[in-house]
Design a protein around this ligand. Structure first.
Ligand SMILES: [Cu+2]
Length: 194
């Protein structure tokens, strides 16, 4: 019982990685995901959720997340451009963030036709080994969207991909980049990162 308590405390605190054997962790050190929460979002709710998001700083096709903690809402593309992502209206934006900063991602599948996911890693899509991110979210139903919320933290500077691992979606363009800069990178370095 004591052990169980410890595990549930650990999961609640978001430190479940501590329970993963060391060998398995070594290859996954590029990112960490915590606080995963499945959600169902009513279609009528989405615009108010979008309005509640603080406007991210942008630089061309990049979204610059300059705070220690950040929050973004990611949806799938609309209409016949459903094999793509949207963040703040930008198609497949590059996400620029400091190493060690965190971003809370609310990923919503607004596509009425196909399931989608959002995986993150330093891999070549659609290889998902060693990636982190959402499960496959089923297609939108009459009045609700399938969604998942999670916290992403990338401790190592580098260039990563986010992509959909369903079918040939990534190959068809459902992919973007995450540029992780060193923790002391200046604002102008962030704005220049592409
Ligand atoms: Cu997809």
């Amino acid at each position: 019982m004591k052990k169980l308590n410890h595990i549930s405390h650990c999961v609640a605190a978001g430190c479940f990685l501590a329970l993963v054997p060391l060998a398995a962790r070594a290859q996954h050190a590029a990112c960490a995901v915590s606080g995963i929460q499945r959600r169902v979002i009513r279609k009528t709710e989405l615009s108010s959720l979008e309005a509640a998001q603080s406007k991210p700083m942008t630089s061309g096709n990049a979204i610059v997340l300059a705070h220690p903690t950040n929050s973004i809402l990611v949806t799938t593309g609309t209409g016949d451009d459903n094999e793509s992502y949207r963040i703040d209206g930008i198609r497949n934006p590059t996400i620029v963030i400091h190493a060690g900063a965190s971003v809370k991602i609310l990923f919503v599948n607004i596509d009425g036709d196909l399931p989608h996911d959002l995986r993150v890693g330093d891999v070549k899509p659609p290889d998902t080994a060693g990636t982190y991110g959402s499960v496959r979210l089923e297609r939108a139903r009459d009045d609700s969207y399938s969604a998942e919320e999670f916290q992403l933290q990338m401790p190592m500077p580098g260039s990563y991909n986010y992509f959909c691992s369903v079918g040939s979606h990534a190959k068809n363009g459902m992919v973007g980049r995450i540029v992780v800069l060193k923790p002391n990178a200046s604002m102008s370095e962030m704005l220049r990162a592409k």
